[in-house]
Design a protein around this ligand. Structure first.
Ligand code: FES
Length: 148
């Protein structure tokens, strides 16, 4: 694993309620498999894939996260292993993430299926983003209103 590459994590244990129709294979595992099948047909480089057993957002299955050193971290939910546009959106997200300063992607820049399905967006340690206000310096109320 290259620790400098972005990491796309799939929750392999997310359940989507369709397991009985898929030999008890979890929805998250099916989503990961669908993604692997998709990127098998296109160039794959510049990121690492991993499976995770639960990312503590089980009620919003299926869950995928994206993170990298020095970049924003994202968590997405309500993803559907049977929705090709969700898989394509995840693959389209990575080059956008790599190209953006600190990997910061506004809602309208993300592929459509990943706009409303965002569950979290965390700035990296030491972020230069103007979204971040150091609370241990000066007036903590300055710049605290969310505009994004
Ligand atoms: S089982 Fe997927 S987030 Fe918990």
């Amino acid at each position: 694993m290259d620790h400098h590459q972005p990491i796309l994590s799939f929750c392999m244990t997310c359940q989507d309620g369709h397991e009985a129709f898929h030999e008890d294979i979890r929805g998250g595992a099916r989503l990961a498999q669908a993604f692997l099948s998709h990127i098998g047909a296109v160039q794959r480089h510049g990121f690492t894939l991993r499976g995770v057993r639960c990312m503590s957002q089980c009620k919003r299955a299926c869950i995928v996260s994206l993170c990298a050193n020095g970049r924003f971290s994202y968590m997405f939910g309500d993803l559907d292993a049977a929705a090709p546009d969700h898989v394509v959106a995840l693959s389209a997200l990575i080059p956008l993430y790599l190209a953006a300063p600190e990997g910061f992607l506004r809602r309208e820049v993300r592929p459509e299926p990943l706009q409303a399905r965002i569950l979290g967006r965390l700035p990296p340690p030491g972020s230069a983003s103007d979204l971040v206000t150091p609370l241990d310096e000066g007036d903590p109320a300055h710049g605290m209103f969310c505009h994004v």
